[in-house]
Write a protein that binds this ligand. Structure first.
Ligand SMILES: O=c1nc2n(C[C@H](O)[C@H](O)[C@H](O)CO)c3cc(O)ccc3cc-2c(=O)[nH]1
Ligand SMILES: C[C@H]1O[C@@H](n2cnc3c(N)ncnc32)[C@H](O)[C@@H]1O
Ligand code: SF4
Length: 415
């Protein structure tokens, strides 16, 4: 792709409200200094307009959650990932291949006591396709697959604690998503990047990870839309993608959302190097580039999209810069469990996050796992089997979180 815009022309075009295509986005992603400040101002205004239109002016949201790492086994081998492990290591540490149901429910119960309303299930992709021990663990307990077990664990959490599951188990087929929809009001999977090069070329971070083929991931995003699932996706910034590839990734998410309306939030996540990974020597995503990526995501995706950046992957000062770049959501934040994907990066205390948010002129507001428009549009977006669970923790007027401690309730099995 050729860059046909000067930075000044590009900023003028965005300011004039012209649609931002991949070419224009590529130019904008390179903004620094005063140009970046100008881009951020446009992005922030776009966010503010969107929040005003949604009737929730100057509110930045988060979801009070527990993180449930159902299994760390995975058939992929992403070079940036410290979450993934192998059966031998688990066995040496005296851990099981998966968390047992009682361990899952225990985490959720302790979260409920602290007012958490989301149970985030993040796990490795289809470990049974690579590890016999995973398949054996599942079949010994009567589960046909990892996703079958995810479903059972989600039901246990709903019935025992009332926390709402958000499922982030990697690539799923349309049929698998249809099967999981009655147990989770939202699901997600990071697109990561549309760069096929990072998948096909030896030495690149997604080489050897079949679930990171961007063609496969884009199909998941389309399938989730066809299944009417409120879906979270996003990009991982700084894993070796070019600015063109970063721009294409953002535009691809906008396109799939235009077709189905189901992308409830887009996460712009900065790569953080982990000592025990192949990418330990790769520098962390550079802050200027990251802020430009957030701002470009905002101007490409528009005022109605929720744009999320995690507050634990940057400093408190940098959180303010994220707000200034058009973010309106901090994602899931836990008063109990670590971010198992970024275990070296503790979440800011919720009072501190509220202060950081307030210092920028915004109010930290709790939401539930599904974003407000999907809660308010539950008839179309949320399975009837979850209606009571969602209604019990949501404010019916705003679709945000109600001030309650969740309680378990029966999950009405569907045929
Ligand atoms: O704590 C984390 N939460 C992650 N979340 C959870 C997110 O913070 C919230 O659970 C969602 O915003 C729903 O409330 C993800 C959810 C997805 O659907 C896809 C990717 C992620 C990535 C992370 C992550 O790295 N760490
Ligand atoms: C759950 C999500 O976490 C992100 N993820 C995985 N490893 C890292 C890392 N080192 N730094 C930042 N984000 C990471 C990926 O985008 C994955 O999809
Ligand atoms: S990032 Fe996800 S898919 Fe990649 S190795 Fe880690 S757990 Fe597996």
């Amino acid at each position: 792709m050729t860059r046909t815009h000067s930075l000044a022309d590009a900023l003028a075009a965005v300011r004039a409200g012209e649609p931002v295509d991949a070419d224009l986005a590529t130019t904008l992603l390179a903004c620094t200094g005063d140009d970046l400040a100008a881009l951020q101002a446009i992005a922030a205004e776009t966010r503010d307009t969107g929040l005003d239109a949604a009737g929730r002016s100057r509110q930045i949201t988060y979801s009070r959650k527990v993180f449930i790492p159902l299994t760390r086994l995975c058939r992929d081998r992403c070079h940036y990932c410290t979450f993934v492990t192998v059966p031998g290591k688990l066995a040496r540490e005296g851990r099981g291949m998966y968390l047992e149901l009682d361990e899952v429910v225990d985490i959720a119960r302790r979260g409920a006591a602290l007012g958490c309303k989301e149970a985030l299930f993040t796990l490795g992709d289809r470990p049974e396709a690579r590890w016999a021990q995973a398949g054996e663990w599942l079949s010994a307990r009567g589960y046909a697959s990892t996703l079958d077990y995810v479903r059972a664990a989600a039901v246990a959490v709903l019935e025992d604690t009332g926390l709402l599951p958000h499922l982030n188990p990697g690539v799923m087929s349309a049929e698998e998503m249809r099967w999981l929809r009655p147990v989770a009001p939202s699901m997600g999977m990071m697109l990561e990047t549309t760069s096929r090069r990072l998948f096909t070329e030896k030495g690149q971070p997604h080489h050897g990870s079949p679930d990171k083929d961007p063609l496969v991931r884009l199909q998941v995003l389309r399938d989730a839309g066809a299944e009417r699932i409120p879906f979270t996706t996003g990009i991982l910034v700084g894993i070796g993608e070019t600015l063109e590839e970063r721009a294409e990734s953002i535009v691809a998410m906008a396109q799939v959302h235009r077709a189905h309306g189901h992308i409830q939030e887009v996460i712009v996540q900065n790569f953080r190097a982990k000592p025990d990974t192949a990418m330990r020597g790769t520098p962390d995503a550079e802050m200027t580039e990251f802020l430009a990526a957030v701002a470009v995501a905002r101007v490409v995706l528009g005022p109605r999209m929720r744009v999320q950046a995690p507050p634990n992957l940057v400093s408190a000062q940098e959180c303010a810069a994220l707000i200034a770049s058009g973010v309106d959501d901090w994602g899931g934040v836990s008063p109990l469990t670590p971010d198992h994907v970024n275990p070296e990066r503790p979440w800011p205390n919720l009072d501190v996050l509220a202060e950081i948010t307030a210092a920028s002129g915004y109010t930290l507001t709790e939401r539930i796992t599904a974003q407000p428009p999907y809660v308010l549009g539950a008839a179309e977006w949320i399975d009837p089997a979850l209606a009571d669970h969602v209604a019990a923790v949501a404010d019916p007027r705003t679709g945000l979180a109600a001030d309650v401690i969740p309680r378990g309730r029966r999950w009405p099995a569907v045929a």
